[in-house]
Design a protein around this ligand. Sequence first.
Ligand code: FAD
Length: 479
Amino acid sequence: MGKRVVVLGSGFAGQTAALNLRKHLKKTDEVIVVTPNKKFGYVPSWVWVGVGQMDVKETQFDLEPVYKKLGIKYINGLAKGIHVDENYVFVELNGGGTEKVEYDYIINATGPRLNYAATPGLGPDHGHTVSICTPSHAAETGEEYLKMVERMERGEEVRMLIGTGHGMATCQGAAYEYIHNIAFDLDERGLLDKAKITWLSNEHSLGDFGVGGMVIGKGGYTVSGKIFAEASFMERGIHWITGAHVTKIEKNKASYITIDSAEERIQEFDFAMLIPAFAGVQIKYVKKDGTDITSELCVPNGMLKVDADYTSAARGFDNWKKADWPTTYQNPKYPNLFAAGISFAPPHPISKPFASPNGTPIVASPPRTGMAAGIIGHVVALSIADMINGKSTKPTHTASMGDFGAACIASMGKSMTRGSAAVIAMFPVVPDYERFEYGRDMDATFGDQGLAGHWLKALLHHLFIYKMKGNFGWSLIPD
Ligand SMILES: Cc1cc2nc3c(=O)[nH]c(=O)nc-3n(C[C@H](O)[C@H](O)[C@H](O)COP(=O)(O)OP(=O)(O)OC[C@H]3O[C@@H](n4cnc5c(N)ncnc54)[C@H](O)[C@@H]3O)c2cc1C
């Protein structure tokens, strides 16, 4: 009898895992994806949706026909509880009703819970800010943005605030792309002088991006990423406030404290897109006797513990090592339970943690970009396939953020003739000061910006949608 692998989530991590499982398992083995989504969403292009430059439909495709074609079973619903002794996941079906889905192996690839509630007044649903973190939010944000454009066209001045909405937020890269796309678009419309654009972020300094910043090779020089980021802001007249924790949002008003001062300051705005803190999706882990062991298996924000060294956080920044980071993404207590993508709990930040004088932690949390999510989903799938195929009883494939690099193409403006993107490569993601003077290999860490970067970004949109559909030759396209 075949085995059954259940993948929770159909984002970069879940979709990559499901495709690879189907490729490497026998026909008699089952691959099941449980996801609340009917469509896959190519998240990086939501930045363009949020400035009204792309219809959200261009970033999506229907999942059902893809799974049908590939022989993957699709359950459209929300996982609510993983019953770790009895090996089933309790699912609330979108069409109504519930289902107990049994598994031999399970991958939690449920991504982040957008924790708007951690900052009073944040977010589009119960607050006063917009978002580009879901397809519907990005589409609404695009419309809101175009209303601001109309106001500027009428001669009004508009205050725009972009960045992070919490002291522990991550995903600064997406906000960085968004602010630059706004500045580019307004420049193209001849309206840049009508906007006061401000960056508000928890990063200790510009260019930190939750990876402790970087030193990059550029045009034969070695440059700090901080200078690179500052130059890009100065070129477009963007102001910046860093080291900030947003304490609350009211209509047209953001209150924040900083690393230097616990006294609340106010930034007024007409339009604000601030990324929330991320937490783990609310899934309960339950033992056979009904005991809820979620707090044992997860860190306090609900992300799943894997094979990282979670005691390392207490050692402090100066003693953090790449060995603290997970390699197999297997849960230490339940070997048939894995986490891939944003859902795994990092052992500690990568950037140096700071706090406000009143003790509020302010640190850009570690990013797990789409590329990292794909790489992790891939190795987890290969390990599970090897274990099912009898090649090993332990995970056979590893990928540590201390061992793999990242290539990031940050859009700075969408136009095939005048657009640009910053192309940044770094190796490894988690700096290794034992091996490299600046923590990263300078031969593999570089950055540049230009029109060719935009073409690459536009090409990736089509390439990844092609890959995620499992089309012919999909596995040749890198994660
Ligand atoms: C606007 C924006 C732009 C970005 N740009 C880039 C970029 O240019 N490059 C890059 O590398 N990264 C980028 N990122 C980051 C990248 O999108 C994420 O790293 C990536 O999406 C994480 O993948 P994931 O699979 O872990 O999570 P997600 O993509 O969030 O997928 C999680 C999946 O789990 C599902 N799910 C949630 N709860 C449940 C549940 N209870 N049961 C079952 N399924 C569930 C979700 O519906 C979803 O399908 C960007 C992020 C944003 C917000």
